[in-house]
Design a protein around this ligand. Sequence first.
Ligand code: C2E
Ligand code: MG
Ligand code: MG
Ligand code: MG
Length: 294
Amino acid sequence: IVGHLQRTTVKEYGAELLTRSHMVFELQGALDGEARHGVMVAHYQPQVDYTRGVLIGLEALVRWQHPARGMVFPNSFIPLAESTDKIYQLDMLVLAQVCRDMRAWLDAGLPVVPISLNFSRRSLLHPQVIPDLKLLLARYDIPGEMLEFEVTESQLLETVELVAPRVAEFRALGARIAVDDFGTGYSNLDAISSFPFDRLKVDRQFVNGVAASEKVAGLFHLIQGIAELFKAELLCEGLEEEADLQWLAQRGADRVQGWYFSAARTPEAIVRILTQLRDRAAHAEPLTVAQLRA
Ligand code: C2E
Ligand code: MG
Ligand code: MG
Ligand code: MG
């Protein structure tokens, strides 16, 4: 039916509405655990310290494993989840998987690193979030220090008077707060200075091609200065090219994440990496960054 409607321009809008409402329906089904609508699974992208040659963290990135559509990426359903009030359920589902995975990895004696999760503003401000987080930390016996919550600059720095007290509650549990996609949110420095945050993630547009463009390099230096001013850790995302990596490392920006090292991988693939790390550590051989890429 949708295909037929899409052939006519007049009815095209109707077809889109049908698709959108159907997607909302399926999204709710997937969130409620109805297998015919697929499942939400977090994959993990490694974060590395290039100079030290170590894995420093993993970022959980959700994928919708859909029986008909295959793997659906978050940009095509997160906005829908945000605008239909389903985002809290989704973010908590991912948080629960992260805690479950981390507990399993700890129990298996694997060298577990902190995990970063993406949280929408709505989830951060949700009235239940702190009690729910405490419950999960207790259930899986996970120290709050092992979690970092990433909120995009534009969502975090809007109405800071609401956000700042909540950020303090997260940090009181030991969790870290990261400003995601930094440099894309038009934030003012006054808003940034309203509360402490732990990490600033440089958006990939200031990372990709930084070695070849004076303008990008200049913007990168500004962002690095802001991170220094606020004593936040800098992490560069979206790193794809060796030349950019070298440029960044020469300027002390050695915490990086990007396809150059690895895309997000399934939990099973992460277990294989952590197992290698453990076995090498037993022989006092650190896993090199080159091996991480393999
Ligand atoms: P983000 O948090 O900024 O995550 C980085 C995105 O860039 C991810 O896309 C990642 O796969 C992609 N990426 C990583 N390395 C590279 C690279 O070298 N080059 C390029 N071009 N891209 C790279 P993904 O997984 O499609 O996620 C998109 C966005 O969806 C995320 O952006 C995040 O804002 C949001 N998101 C993902 N998972 C969740 C979640 O569980 N909850 C919420 N609320 N948002 C989520
Ligand atoms: Mg992120
Ligand atoms: Mg980002
Ligand atoms: Mg993003």
